[in-house]
Ligand binder design. Structure first.
Ligand code: ZN
Ligand code: ZN
Length: 266
C-alpha cells in the first residue's frame, strides 16, 4: 500500500513529491481489526481519548510527573540535584542549556513513541505534539524562546523515509500553541549537510565523531542573537542536540534549548 507523500523541501527542493511505502501498514491493519482500542495494550479506550486506556494512562501520567534534571532531562530525584541540576551537568556548561522533556522513558511512553515512529498514525503526531506543547507551556522558558527548529534529516534519509519525525512534531506543537494564543515561528534553516550512520548503531564514544560537521545553518539564516529551541523525538546521549546546537551557535544564536519526547539512558 502506497501513500503519496506531500513533503516538499523548503527551498531549492529536489523533491516535489514522492511515493513512499506507507509507514502505517501495521497500524492500519490493527485499526481494521480493532478500530478503537488502546494503542499500547488493545484494551478499551479511556473516555475522551482516541489513543490510550485508563490503565496505560495511569502509568504514563506517573512518568509525566517524574522529576528530571532541567539541563539534560535525565531522571533525577530532588535529592540527587546539586544547585538544581544533576551531578553530570553540575560542572559543565552544555551548549544546550535546557532540555524540556514530556516524560520518563518507561514502558507505556516507549510503546507510544514506537507507534509514532514506525506505525505513523497522524493521531499520534497530534497526541505527541500536543504533549510537547503542554510541557513547553508548563515551563517559563517558553516566553524567552524565539524560534523552533526541528532537527533536520539529511536529504538522502528524507527521500528514503519520506518524512521527518521532528518536522511532524514541530507542526503539531505550533498548531497547539497557536490554539492557546501563543505564536512561535519555525525555521528550517538548519541543514543536515552530511549523511551519517544512525546514532543508535554506535557506541556512545563513536556518536560524536559520527556527527562531526553534520549540521550547518543556511548562510542567509536569521539566528543572530536568537534563543532557539531544537525539536527532536528521543535523545539518548544528547550528541545530536549538542552538535546541532554548536552549528546554531556558530550562526550567531544566543541560547539553545530543546524539547523532546523523552531522554533515554544508554
Ligand atoms: Zn492500555
Ligand atoms: Zn543533567
Amino acid at each position: 500500500m502506497f501513500l503519496r507523500a506531500k513533503h516538499k523541501l523548503k527551498r531549492g527542493g529536489v523533491l516535489k513529491s514522492s511515493w513512499v511505502f506507507m509507514r502505517s501498514v501495521p497500524g492500519s491493519l490493527l485499526e481494521m481489526v480493532c478500530p478503537a482500542c488502546c494503542e499500547v495494550c488493545h484494551q478499551e479506550l479511556l473516555a475522551g481519548s482516541d489513543i490510550i486506556c485508563s490503565e496505560c494512562w495511569a502509568v504514563l501520567r506517573e512518568g509525566l510527573l517524574s522529576s528530571a534534571c532541567p539541563v539534560c532531562g535525565l531522571p533525577a530525584g530532588p535529592y540527587e540535584l546539586i544547585d538544581g541540576v544533576c551531578h553530570r551537568c553540575h560542572n559543565t556548561r552544555p551548549v544546550v542549556s535546557r532540555v524540556i522533556r514530556v516524560g520518563g522513558y518507561e514502558d507505556v511512553l516507549r510503546s507510544l513513541i514506537l507507534s509514532f515512529k514506525f506505525r505513523g498514525q497522524s493521531r499520534l503526531d497530534r497526541f505527541w505534539g500536543g504533549m510537547m506543547a503542554s510541557a513547553m507551556m508548563g515551563d517559563r522558558l517558553l516566553d524567552d524562546i524565539d524560534i523552533l527548529v526541528p532537527v533536520p534529516l539529511h536529504w538522502r534519509r528524507f527521500l528514503t523515509r519520506g518524512y521527518n519525525q521532528s518536522e511532524l512534531l514541530v507542526r503539531e506543537i505550533t498548531r497547539e500553541l497557536k490554539r492557546q494564543g501563543i505564536l512561535k515561528p519555525v525555521s528550517y534553516d538548519l541543514l543536515r549537510v552530511r549523511n551519517t550512520r544512525p546514532q543508535v548503531s554506535l557506541s556512545a564514544s563513536a556518536r560524536k565523531g559520527n556527527l562531526k560537521g553534520a549540521f550547518a545553518a543556511r548562510p542567509d539564516a536569521n539566528f543572530q542573537g536568537k534563543h532557539i529551541c531544537l525539536v527532536d523525538d528521543v535523545t539518548t546521549t544528547g550528541t545530536t542536540l549538542k552538535v546541532a546546537g554548536h552549528a546554531l551557535k556558530r550562526a550567531g544564536a544566543r541560547r539553545i534549548s530543546a524539547v523532546v519526547l523523552t531522554v533515554a539512558k544508554d
